[in-house]
Design a protein around this ligand. Structure first.
Ligand SMILES: [Zn+2]
Length: 400
């Protein structure tokens, strides 16, 4: 069947698919709106059972000259009423998981939207033998048994069409940090016989930034919004698991920075200026950091914990990876420095709980720039974490 293109005129390409639906099949447009168009927005939407269960669709009709037709009478219909229902106003509501087509018709014109209904499985931190994934495998969770949680938010490479590119905020990727996180996880398994928990975003940062509030992270895409929720729900499931089995935990959020100085930047949510304070003043800031619980649990003063001889930074430095803060490099001064972010603030112990968070911003040269350097850093980080926790919590990291 040859489809008519009468009345065609240049259009915003993003609207083209929906406009095609008007002409794709059936009779040519007829009647008073011959040559007109009808477009449904949004064309593709996602509803999540128990969370976001309805969306208001809208349809815009234009005449052959491209002028909006006001006060148009629309009929809305779900072709898959077991998945979604559609009411006369265009409100579409979830019924059960699946894909549904919703059709708007008016005066001989019609257009469609596709609405997906997703039923989220609950994370299972005890199922340690295999990865668990969110929808479309954008987010991966590898459960573990150690009281350690790793995350890699900015190393993903997936750029699915269904998620528009983010238009504001930082979109640069932290190159090779997914591979780095997997190597760190493997190195823990090799050293201890069991794994840390690991949560990975496989989405490009152009599509999702898990280390931001959801508005900036997902920028209105329901698909990115769900991935953001899955990411943080997996971290939360891991936190609950480590607290249930160990009573405490450490969350390490892995990033890569592009600053000129090639050193690891460890973030405890302290500013550069605060890290430069005298010992007594810095010690007084423990409650404002993401390692608040670790300070209390270990009895180690904050200064000692973040830049003393047994700090994580000092151990990394002594194993060949320059780090700030550390005994040899106690504060960043006026040089660029990342102090921590949304994820360590949310999942660390600043606001309570017994999982402390540290953001690790890794430099590129000599660390992320090759498989052998990433492997060497993975081994160094595992040893540094072991020495750090042994010094402050005891051998086997028991609670002292
Ligand atoms: Zn990052």
């Amino acid at each position: 069947m040859r489809c008519t293109r009468r009345g065609w005129h240049p259009l915003n390409p993003t609207l083209w698919a929906a406009v095609l639906a008007v002409y794709a099949c059936g009779d040519p447009p007829a009647g008073p709106d011959e040559g007109g168009t009808l477009v449904v927005e949004p064309e593709h939407w996602l509803l999540v059972l128990g969370e976001s269960e309805s969306v208001d669709l809208a349809a815009v009709a234009r005449d052959a000259q491209g002028r909006p037709i006001p006060e148009i009478q629309l009929d809305w219909r779900s072709l898959d009423p077991h998945v979604v229902t559609a009411d006369p106003t265009g409100r579409v509501s979830a019924v059960s998981a699946g894909m549904a087509t919703v059709v708007a018709t008016s005066r001989g014109l019609s257009a469609e939207a596709v609405v997906e209904v997703w039923d989220r499985p609950a994370p299972d931190p005890d199922a340690v033998d295999a990865s668990q994934f969110g929808r479309e495998h954008y987010i991966e969770y590898m459960p573990g048994a150690l009281p350690l949680i790793l995350s890699a938010p900015h190393g993903g490479v997936l750029r699915p069409d269904e998620i528009p590119d983010r238009t504001w905020g930082v979109t640069a990727a932290d190159r090779e940090t997914v591979d780095q996180a997997l190597r760190v996880r493997d190195a823990f398994v090799h050293a201890f016989g069991s794994a840390p928990h690991l949560v990975i975003s496989h989405l490009s940062r152009a599509k999702l930034d898990p280390n931001r509030e959801v508005d900036e992270a997902a920028q209105g895409s329901p698909f990115a919004d769900l991935a953001w929720s899955e990411y943080h729900e997996f971290v939360e499931a891991a936190r609950e698991s480590v607290v249930a089995s160990h009573g405490w935990g450490i969350y390490l959020d892995l990033h890569g920075h592009g600053h000129d100085i090639q050193r690891v930047e460890l973030g405890y949510l302290l500013t550069a200026e605060e890290l430069g304070l005298p010992e007594a003043a810095l010690d007084g800031l423990a409650a404002e950091t993401t390692v608040r619980d670790l300070v209390a649990r270990s009895g180690t003063p904050l200064t000692e914990l973040v830049r003393g001889p047994n700090s994580l930074g000092t151990w990394l430095a002594s194993l060949g990876t320059p780090s700030v803060p550390s005994a040899p490099d106690p504060w960043p001064g006026s040089d660029p420095y990342f102090r921590g972010g949304y994820s360590t603030a949310r999942h660390g112990s600043r606001d309570g709980g017994s999982v402390s968070g540290i953001q690790l911003e890794l430099h590129f040269e000599g660390l992320r720039d090759g498989a052998s350097s990433r492997q060497a850093f993975a081994l160094a980080l595992v040893q540094a974490v072991d020495e750090f926790l042994t010094a402050h919590l005891g051998p086997g990291w028991e609670m002292p």
